[in-house]
Design a binder for this molecule. Structure first.
Ligand SMILES: *Cc1c(COP(=O)(O)O)cnc(C)c1O
Length: 467
């Protein structure tokens, strides 16, 4: 299997190359050259497989010759052994038609663990084969940082530098990053916003001074391997609810469009999906794009669901490429226009292609609290987090045939956002035992000004060169 860039001019890479590269050299994102597909009887045969085995079966054709089937299975077993539930991503029933897919049983309490636990192992496997080292530089509004740090802490060939905006992540999120003691983990609190942090990371990827000495890579969802690992739970959920014979719909709390794009991939692979509902909060660029063709970025409004407080959704480019005729040159031009004006119109082909599978909905603060209260009052005391609540709101508003089950992706554990949950429901969710003495441990991080030169100097001083 080889991977091509959505902007058409970067060299094609195999799975190993695409995993280590992150962003393509032409500024695009890597996607498989074609979608591998399963016949219905092959999907039926996946029913009741343990999660790691299902994962290996769904992912094998994306990995191609880069890992043997046996090695891929071993890595999946190792990655998912750290989850606190045997089913890895269990389903919970809310009412006659609504279900929650609980994606928060990993070490850092958000769905990012499902992909990052595997990605950490893939990095290590490929780096030791090449006898190389990797410098991961990332910006986080909370969940990606903690999941990535947990996944690579203590790994010999990797250094990780994680920037977070000082004072703007929750106390649980910050402590999950800053109490990790491994010597290869560097936390940096910057004076500035998440967007400032993100801009400095992007600048480092283009800084020849840095890229000449270090192999710098990304752990956000521009990395294809993350999306690939997320395809698996769409299969797992649909198979439990009567698929592939019965179609299932999914409602997905969306920010960077990675999680819901994985649903699109599952559908392309042959899994019957009735509808993918893109649920946004008031930062609704994706809802406007999918409902009216208007992809234009405004200012970010901070909400109680910070991982969805995004104006530019990187992975949307992958969908535009796939449903718009896979024309890299045309998309490169469209994206260049967007980068200059912060606005673009979807083409008719893109709009019609997306409408075949996607719907969208927007939830404001009141609707989010209402969904949290509804789950608490009508579903046997079910406590959900603010991101999941936006998804559940969209699911309950969806206009779908009555016999279609709707699965809302529960993307974070409610204890990760205790204050917001308490405000809406009056209940303060307890931290699960697996996070242990998080509030007793010492924190370790540096504070730096929101200034590129200072960040680059810090990374250069502490990172180990690539060979
Ligand atoms: C990252 C995140 C999201 C958004 O996922 P995308 O793949 O960026 O669309 C939603 N909810 C939570 C809790 C997250 O951490």
């Amino acid at each position: 299997m080889d991977y091509v860039s959505t902007r058409g001019s970067a060299p094609a890479l195999d799975f190993e190359g695409a995993t280590l590269a992150g962003l393509a050299a032409d500024g695009g994102l890597y996607v498989p050259r074609e979608w591998p597909t399963f016949r219905l009887d092959e999907i039926v045969a996946m029913r009741r497989l343990p999660y790691p085995e299902l994962a290996a079966r769904v992912m094998q054709s994306f990995v191609g010759d880069c890992l043997t089937p046996q090695r891929l299975r071993e890595l999946c077993e190792q990655a998912y052994a750290r989850f606190a539930h045997v089913a890895v991503t269990p389903l919970t029933q809310l009412d006659e038609r609504n279900w929650l897919l609980e994606l928060f049983h990993g070490p850092t309490l958000a769905f990012k663990d499902v992909a990052l636990q595997l990605l950490g192992l893939l990095f290590e496997e490929f780096l030791s084969r090449r006898d190389e080292r990797l410098t991961i530089v990332g910006a986080t509004s909370g969940d990606t940082g903690s999941a990535a740090i947990d996944a690579v802490a203590g790994r010999e060939r990797i250094d990780i530098f994680m920037l977070h905006p000082k004072g703007r992540v929750s106390d649980v999120q910050r402590r999950q990053m800053t109490t990790v003691k491994a010597p290869n983990v560097y936390n940096i609190a910057i004076d500035g916003s998440f967007d400032d942090a993100q801009a400095m990371v992007k600048r480092m990827f283009g800084d020849a001074n840095m890229t000449g000495r270090f192999r710098i890579s990304a752990v956000n969802s521009i990395n294809w391997a993350r999306l690939m690992a997320q395809v698996v739970y769409y299969f797992a959920a649909a198979l439990q609810l009567g698929g592939p014979e019965r179609k299932v719909a999914f409602s997905v709390p969306t920010g960077n469009f990675g999680d819901v794009f994985a649903g699109h991939v599952a559908a392309r692979m042959g899994l019957p999906i009735q509808r993918l509902i893109v649920a946004t909060n008031v930062n609704d660029i994706l809802h406007r794009a999918l409902s009216a063709g208007d992809y234009s970025a405004g200012e970010v409004t901070p909400t109680a669901a910070p991982s969805m407080d995004i104006q530019v959704s990187s992975n949307f480019e992958r969908l535009l490429f796939d449903v718009g005729g896979r024309d890299g040159a045309a998309l490169a031009e469209q994206m260049r226009g967007f980068e200059t004006t912060k606005a673009m119109r979807l083409t008719n082909a893109q709009r019609e292609g997306a409408a075949a599978l996607f719907a969208s909905a927007r939830g404001d603060a009141g609707q989010m609290s209402q969904a949290m209260r509804w789950a608490w009052e009508h579903c046997d005391g079910e406590v959900i987090d603010p991101h999941t609540a936006i998804g559940l709101h969209a699911a309950r508003e969806a206009d779908l045939p009555a016999d279609v089950p709707i699965v809302t992706l529960a993307t974070a554990h409610p204890a990760k956002f205790r204050d917001a949950v308490e405000r809406a429901t009056g209940v303060r969710p307890a931290l699960p035992p697996r996070v242990g003495d998080l509030f007793e441990r010492d924190e370790r991080y540096v504070e730096l000004p929101g200034d590129y030169a200072a960040i680059a100097a810090y990374v250069a001083e502490h990172a180990t060169p690539s060979r």
